[in-house]
Design a binder for this molecule. Structure first.
Ligand SMILES: Cc1cc2nc3c(=O)[nH]c(=O)nc-3n(C[C@H](O)[C@H](O)[C@H](O)COP(=O)(O)OP(=O)(O)OC[C@H]3O[C@@H](n4cnc5c(N)ncnc54)[C@H](O)[C@@H]3O)c2cc1C
Ligand code: FES
Length: 271
């Protein structure tokens, strides 16, 4: 275990744009009042709402943008409900960035497939935007994304615009009138991906998605060390001090939140 960034300092920041992505998810564009945020796709911040508390959330924009960053937050409880009420010009507090982020070096020159389920698209959007700006880094790029229904598909207009560097398969569990894309669970569409044995698989979604997808991917002979998954746990400190986020000998806040599947597969508490 190592504490890669023991920076507790709260940075003051301002919400400069808000957008409802769907019924219970808001996207916030945030500008740090003094300075900027240096991060890697897959890292997270602790976002404070004064008078309510703070929560860990992933960063959804590419690190290539220096002036601001964005987060997407689902309203599930006290703090996230307050976040969903934020308006332009509101002040917030930021700690971080924390955690390791996706191992992009591991993806250099490789076929990469990104698998996202639901709000798992939020941190992966950062990697996808990065890939769009650095096409030559990757041999090929594919996106497989599943949402519950068409209303809950996040960033769909952007995903359709990725066709100059990525092949995208979008599916919903429940079809609604206007949906012209794929239907059914993500697992149903794995065989539509161009899978190569040396491929890197980068995932973010609910634990149940990992449980079903990983065995399917392993059938293609992709080794467990080539699979990166993002785990979530309740967090307090974000920097390896409070033990709220531990499973086995791992701390999600500093050893993760991104783990190679080979490093956690034998830990029953992991997924
Ligand atoms: C590394 C990391 C990245 C995250 N990124 C995002 C993100 O980009 N967008 C986003 O909307 N959320 C994200 N989360 C989850 C988010 O932090 C929780 O939803 C939030 O802490 C809930 O706080 P609350 O006060 O609103 O809810 P509470 O009132 O504390 O709880 C409300 C409900 O949410 C459940 N809950 C609380 N925390 C978690 C958690 N960490 N995982 C699962 N269930 C939880 C509780 O059990 C309860 O049922 C992330 C979590 C982690 C650890
Ligand atoms: S959140 Fe405190 S140790 Fe990880």
């Amino acid at each position: 275990m190592s504490c890669n960034t023991c920076d507790y300092k709260l940075k003051e920041a301002t919400v400069i744009k808000t957008e409802k992505l769907c019924r219970d998810i808001i996207s916030l564009r945030i500008k740090i009042d003094k300075g900027s945020l240096k991060f890697i796709p897959g890292q997270f911040i602790m976002l404070s709402i004064f008078g309510y508390g703070e929560v860990p959330v992933g960063i959804t924009t590419t690190p290539d943008i220096k002036d601001y960053f964005e987060v997407a937050v689902r309203s599930v409880g006290t703090v996230t409900r307050a976040i969903n009420r934020l308006k332009e010009k509101d002040k917030v507090g930021i700690r971080g960035p924390y955690g390791n982020g996706y191992d992009i070096k591991e993806m250099h020159g490789k076929d990469v497939v990104v698998v996202a389920g639901g709000l798992g698209m939020a941190p992966l959007r950062s990697l996808i935007e990065y890939a769009g700006n650095h096409k030559k880094v990757f041999k090929s790029f594919q996106i497989l994304y599943g949402a519950k229904n068409p209303d809950e598909v996040l960033y769909d207009h952007e995903l359709f615009a990725c066709d100059n560097f990525a092949r995208t398969i979008l599916t919903v569990d429940e079809k609604k009138g206007y949906w012209g894309g794929e239907t059914g669970l993500i697992t149903k569409h794995i065989n539509k991906l161009r899978i190569t044995p040396d491929m890197r698989v980068i995932m973010c979604g609910p634990p149940i998605m990992y449980k079903f997808i990983i065995p399917e991917i392993e059938k293609f002979g992709i080794p467990d060390e080539h699979i990166q998954i993002l785990l979530e746990r309740r967090m307090k400190c974000g920097v390896g001090k409070c033990q709220h986020c531990t499973f086995g000998d791992k701390y999600v806040c500093i050893d993760g939140p991104v783990f190679k599947y080979s490093d956690i597969k034998d830990n029953l508490e992991a997924i």
